[in-house]
Design a protein around this ligand. Structure first.
Ligand SMILES: Nc1ncnc2c1ncn2[C@@H]1O[C@H](COP(=O)(O)OP(=O)(O)O)[C@@H](O)[C@H]1O
Ligand SMILES: [Mg+2]
Length: 231
């Protein structure tokens, strides 16, 4: 459903990605792992139209989305949870959820529905989002990306700054989501976690894919992991 083909992309005017190709199939969880500064976030931003793609192409559900505006890419059916979450602290939990759905009754229903998946958000619906813990804010960021029912969820470092019990809960909900047919593309420095929950993975180093394959097989290759990852 997603094809990234030989993408070159830059950040702040400097080239970061030099020819990255990856695919995500329907209902699959795909991980991109790699150490800090290797270009993982830049790759997600290039996909979402937030970093300039200087060469190569990206297509989603058979349509070219290279160079499209972020809102057009979102409307095509990709939900995005950025690194650092992008939560508005002064808005309530519900107001944050309403940001990604159309105004009116249908939008409110979609925001209410996504709270069913994450009951803690229902309990704190009218609380300021800034009063949630880091992990709860991560859950909110995921719920907000899911409210418009995307076909692909893109999530950057979901375990960062999240307490272990919530990391587990979020991981389980991503697996459940993929079982329901929503694809997930996730980026993680925590390779052990990412390889555990994904079907396939790519290792990114200095803007290039240096290895890829079935996650369970990569996880068994200790030499590969110590060469390229923080374990
Ligand atoms: N705002 C920015 N402007 C310029 N360069 C940046 C910016 N943010 C990150 N970079 C550089 O881009 C490279 C890749 O960063 P990033 O994609 O954030 O890596 P990762 O997500 O794997 O940690 C790094 O060398 C980093 O220093
Ligand atoms: Mg990053």
């Amino acid at each position: 459903m997603l094809e990234i083909d030989d993408v070159h992309a830059s950040r702040g005017g400097a080239p970061v990605l030099s020819g990255v190709s990856l695919t995500v199939a329907s209902g699959e969880i795909v991980a991109v792992v790699g150490r800090n500064g290797m270009g993982k976030s830049t790759l997600m931003m290039a996909l979402m139209g937030l970093a300039p793609v200087t060469a190569g192409s990206i297509s989603f559900l058979g349509r070219g989305i290279t160079g499209r505006k972020p809102h057009e890419i979102a409307r095509a059916g990709i939900g995005y949870v950025p690194e650092g979450r992008g939560i508005f602290h002064d808005l309530s939990v519900m107001e944050n959820l309403l940001l990604t759905v159309p105004g009116g009754k249908r939008g409110r229903a979609a925001a209410a529905l996504v709270q069913d998946r994450f009951p803690l958000l229902r309990e704190r619906s009218s609380a300021p989002a800034g009063s949630l813990s880091g992990g709860q804010q991560q859950v909110l960021a995921i719920a907000r990306a899911l409210a418009p029912t995307p076909k692909l969820l893109v999530i950057d470092e979901f375990s960062d700054g999240v307490q272990p019990n919530l990391v587990r809960e979020i991981a389980d909900s991503l697996v459940a989501l993929s079982a329901e047919g929503t694809s997930v593309l996730l980026v993680e420095q925590n390779a052990t976690l990412a390889l555990e929950i994904s079907d396939r993975a790519y290792i990114l180093e200095k803007g290039e894919i240096v290895a890829s394959g079935i996650s369970a097989e990569l996880a068994r290759d200790e030499g590969l992991l110590t060469r390229h990852l923080v374990i």
